[in-house]
Design a protein around this ligand. Structure first.
Ligand code: NAI
Length: 478
């Protein structure tokens, strides 16, 4: 089989394959979907463009999608999050060799430049034969944005000029769209017309989708995978509870116990982060804008304060908000010497990295890849992880397999739903029905030795539910 791909080193595939094998054991949700749908192949004919961290767990997702009949092209949704051995194993597939790769075209490696990142995203949307994908599987919405902005600017006749106000990333993005339109002036219009739908993994990407839908600009139906209960209440919370301190330890190996740690934002991700830092013996302080989340944090025993009031006592910072400029360069300049500053939210703008680089007289020293010491003219320095990008994937390997099995079982079910039911969904954003959410949870119970209690018929009638579920009304919050 011959196909195009770009990864760091196919020689890493064997190491990747061993990790995949172990991950499969920890991903019962995906493995049972392979059993359930492997023969009927509901994704036959699906051409999925996937933009999601190219990790070992994602490699198991990719092989689940192909086992269900899909063709797949893949890029990572972050320049630092690729595990090169997983990318190599995905290109080879279980039975391929470096001379004869039999897996899928992957365009991802750890440490891409921004130019390379957007070129890789373009690659997953550019199928041989010019057909284009008919499905997108997105994390953070970059692939969806490329199609939408590309079409918008094609119809406008030009990409808007780059200005001082554009971030470096947006300027690079504009350059990429300019070059694609120069090669094919109708590229994005054609691609958008062929797409049946997108399934979106994360809070930030979902936020972008609802904005497009509200403006009447969403070009195809979308399923918000993030807000399946078995995604956001597990991956965002328990996944970050695991991978936040993994990132901190691998990056700095500093003792967390006894330190003062600030968690900015107390949503699903913030709750997991605060719990893991407290579990290590840190004194956790939370910052919030939402009174409900602030009250929740207080009820859990965390101090809730304003960032400016704790800059002189905190040792570790993590932003978890999905907002921007949550920690400004000025605030960083007032932190304790050697404070560790990190972000676990989707985009790097939670920390004002652009502002930090502009502080007069500041110097940057690489301690090791993805760990940098920024020294202010005063002589004080701070340690910034992953250049402000999500540190659990930049400094560690992201969430563990078991929790990702929940997220990716939702992704797989959502792909089947949108691909097999064209015309049944409007150009709106949907969440999966509760019985499918419960199904995903059920798929993970045996592995943990969980024995569910069963309602009697009488009890079910008393509660007004079916014996087989769903057990909760739509508005229930878990
Ligand atoms: P969420 O909406 O549940 O929580 C965010 C919280 O931040 C909210 O409670 C909000 O009130 C608060 N907030 C917003 N602006 C703030 C500010 N300026 N200062 C203090 N608090 C502020 O969102 P969720 O699900 O917790 O996700 C947060 C981010 O993490 C998103 O960007 C999401 O895409 C990303 N994410 C990252 C993961 C990872 O593995 N690194 C996993 C899952 C989500």
């Amino acid at each position: 089989m011959s196909f195009d791909y770009k990864v760091k080193d196919l020689g890493l595939a064997e190491a990747g394959r061993h990790q995949l094998r172990l991950a499969e054991h920890e991903m019962p949700g995906l493995m049972s979907l392979r059993e359930e749908f492997g023969a009927s192949k509901p994704l036959k004919g699906a051409r999925i463009a996937g933009s999601l961290h190219m990790t070992v767990q994602t490699a198991v997702l990719i092989e689940t999608l192909t086992a269900l009949g899909a063709e797949v092209r893949w890029a990572s949704c972050n320049i630092y999050s690729t595990q090169d051995e997983a990318a190599a194993a995905s290109v080879l597939g279980p039975n391929g060799t470096a001379e004869d790769p039999q897996g899928v075209p992957v365009f991802a490696w750890k440490g891409e430049t921004l130019e390379e990142y957007w070129a890789c995203t373009d690659k997953i949307l550019t199928w041989p034969g010019g057909e284009g994908p008919n499905m997108i599987l997105d994390d953070g919405g970059d692939a969806t944005m490329l199609v939408h902005k590309g079409r918008e600017w094609e119809l406008a006749g030009a990409v808007p000029a780059t200005t001082e106000a554009d971030s470096e990333e947006f300027a690079v993005f504009k350059d990429l769209v300019r070059s694609t339109i120069a090669t094919d002036p109708h590229k994005w219009t054609k691609i958008s017309e062929g797409i049946r739908g997108v399934t979106e993994e994360t809070t930030t990407g979902v936020h972008r989708l609802y904005e497009l839908a509200r403006a009447g600009e969403l070009l195809f139906p979308a399923i918000n995978v993030n807000d399946s209960v078995t995604k956001s209440k597990f991956d965002n919370k328990y996944g970050c509870r695991h991978s936040l301190i993994d990132g901190l330890n691998r990056a700095t190996d500093v003792l967390i116990g006894g330190k003062v740690a600030v968690v900015c934002g107390y949503g699903d991700v913030g709750k997991g982060c605060a719990q893991s830092l407290a579990g290590q013996g840190a004194r956790v302080i939370v910052t919030e804008v939402d009174p409900i989340c602030a009250l929740q944090a207080a009820m859990e025993g965390f101090q809730v304060a304003r960032l400016d009031d704790v800059l002189d006592i905190a040792d570790i910072y993590v932003t978890t908000t999905g907002c921007y400029d949550v920690i400004t360069a000025e605030q960083m300049s007032k932190m304790k010497n050697k404070a560790i500053v990190s972000n676990i939210g989707h985009f790097d703008n939670e920390l004002d990295m652009a502002g930090l680089a502009k502080v007069p007289g500041i110097t940057k020293t690489e301690i090791k890849p993805q760990v940098h010491e920024w020294t202010f003219p005063s002589g004080n320095s701070i340690i910034v992880l992953s250049e402000g990008r999500l540190m659990n994937l930049g400094n560690a390997t992201g969430h563990p397999s078991f929790v990702m099995s929940n997220s990716f079982a939702n992704q797989t079910i959502a792909q089947i739903e949108l691909f097999t039911k064209p015309g049944e969904y409007e150009k709106q954003v949907y969440v999966l029905p509760k019985h499918l959410d419960e199904k995903v949870a059920r798929l993970h119970l045996d592995a943990l030795g969980v024995h569910l209690t069963e309602l009697t018929k009488g009890q079910a009638e008393y509660l007004g539910v079916d014996v087989a579920g769903p057990y909760k009304p739509e508005h229930y919050r878990y």
